[in-house]
Write a new protein. Structure first.
Length: 443
């Protein structure tokens, strides 16, 4: 067996007369069983090397795919070509025997990713890319980092309390905070899932990256890790559903998402007095040229499209001139009829940047601080006027990375589609978030 065995059967097999002798009498030291290498360090390393060679064939093909469609290439890399290729070996082989081989496999994935995207990544950007989608990463999980969590809870722990190998848990605890350390005795009474342990490693990596980041990058990381902010990365690319980005757009979006320099030291085309900042704040907030208005209208039109699919009555840009002072301000970007007890709801869309210098400290300290402030400001400005018209005022605040304010978007995404037509909410919401995120990125 391996130097630090993960036994598949406990007990003295000789007590069972019908147990075949050849099942436990093995005349040689190195062999493979159920796709798992049994033997010393050299044997396990050679076995992993052969698996790396098989995986490398796919990585070479992905480079060809990425030349014309990097979005498809990255999706295949995440779902079929990276972590999942060797995760079974990480679950079945002691970490200390294969850790170095797993690190080499991680390097293969890193190089393939850079070839697919077409640019080099910094250490911080690659660390973010290795995070899960729910943490703002690209889902290219590190096999060497997560292997200890995969091995820490072998199935035998569920049925056998005499497990004595502490090495997997020691490896796992080295990635975790001191107050979260686990022991064999602590997990035997109530077994911990591999998913939970892997999520702890992911959270620890995110926190390490966050702690050493600048204030602007802290605000960015909190936004990209917001619920559903990575919907545009998790979808299957489809032209018919509007979920496929142009290759140049996708490469720039990924570069911007990872906090890499997108400015190339150039000036703003619409206001030459301003130099473009590396993290892209001015590019997304420049009010010259009309891009801000185009993005706002694209989000509004996408929301209206899904409301129409729910067969609901909707009006756009309503409210101007409704008051005696003939004010031209519009209190409803979208007005939905028969919303709450027969009252219409007025949705007011606001796009904000978490990198605004005036609110950067709050955005980098608490997720959603800028969005909540924007929603509160909209309530103060519109609630009284909307109430006089018999409307329910509901601000929809979203930041430039796709993080939505809690109150407004929950009201729309969970209640609007189902309340308007209970027959089609699943169909309507199936592509709602990713399409909305892609429209947000494209404008």
């Amino acid at each position: 067996m391996n130097e630090m065995p993960q036994p598949m059967f406990y007990g003295n097999v000789r007590r069972y007369p019908h147990f075949p002798i050849r099942a436990y009498s093995i005349p040689f030291a190195h062999f493979e069983i159920l796709g798992c290498p049994i033997g010393d360090y050299i044997n396990c390393a050679n076995f992993i090397a052969s698996k790396r060679l098989q995986a490398h064939k796919l990585l070479l093909q992905l480079k060809d795919v990425a030349a014309t469609d990097p979005q498809v290439a990255l999706t295949i890399l995440r779902l079929c070509g990276s972590f999942c290729r060797l995760s079974y070996l990480a679950r079945s082989t002691p970490t200390d025997l294969v850790l170095e081989a797993f690190k080499l496999f991680d390097e293969d994935i890193h190089h393939c990713f850079m070839d697919c995207i077409g640019f080099a990544t910094s250490d911080e950007a690659w660390c973010q890319a290795q995070l899960g989608l729910n943490s703002g990463g690209l889902g290219l999980r590190s096999l060497s980092l997560h292997s200890s969590s995969l091995l820490s809870v072998p199935p035998v722990l569920l049925i056998q309390k005499t497990y004595t190998s502490h090495i997997p848990l020691t490896n796992f605890n080295s990635h975790d905070s001191p107050i979260e350390k686990l022991s064999v005795n602590s997990i035997i009474p109530s077994p911990v899932s591999q998913k939970l342990l892997s999520s702890k490693v992911n959270d620890h990596c995110f926190q390490n990256l966050f702690d050493r980041s600048s204030p602007a990058n802290k605000a960015r990381l909190l936004s990209v890790s917001a619920p559903h902010a990575t919907s545009w990365l998790s979808v299957i690319p489809s032209t018919s559903q509007g979920l496929l980005l142009d290759p140049i757009e996708f490469r720039v979006a990924v570069k911007w998402w990872l906090g890499l320099d997108t400015s190339q030291g150039s000036q703003c085309a619409f206001c030459p007095a301003h130099s473009l900042d590396p993290i892209g704040h001015h590019t997304l907030t420049c009010k010259c040229g009309g891009d801000v208005v185009l993005r706002h209208n694209a989000l509004r039109d996408t929301l209206v499209h899904f409301v129409h699919r729910a067969h609901a009555s909707v009006q756009v840009e309503v409210g101007a001139g409704f008051f005696p002072d003939h004010s031209q301000s519009r209190h409803a970007d979208i007005l939905l009829q028969n919303w709450n007890l027969g009252r219409p709801v007025a949705l007011d869309i606001s796009v904000v940047s978490p990198l605004n210098p005036s609110t950067l400290a709050e955005a980098g300290a608490t997720f959603g601080a800028v969005l909540e402030a924007t929603e509160s400001r909209k309530h103060q400005a519109n609630d009284e006027k909307c109430s006089a018209l018999g409307w329910v005022s509901t601000p929809l605040a979203v930041d430039s990375y796709g993080a939505w304010g809690k109150r407004g978007f929950i009201v729309f995404s969970t209640s609007c589609c189902s309340a308007c037509n209970p027959q089609v909410p699943a169909k309507v919401t199936g592509f709602f978030r990713p399409v909305l995120q892609l429209k947000h990125l494209l404008n």
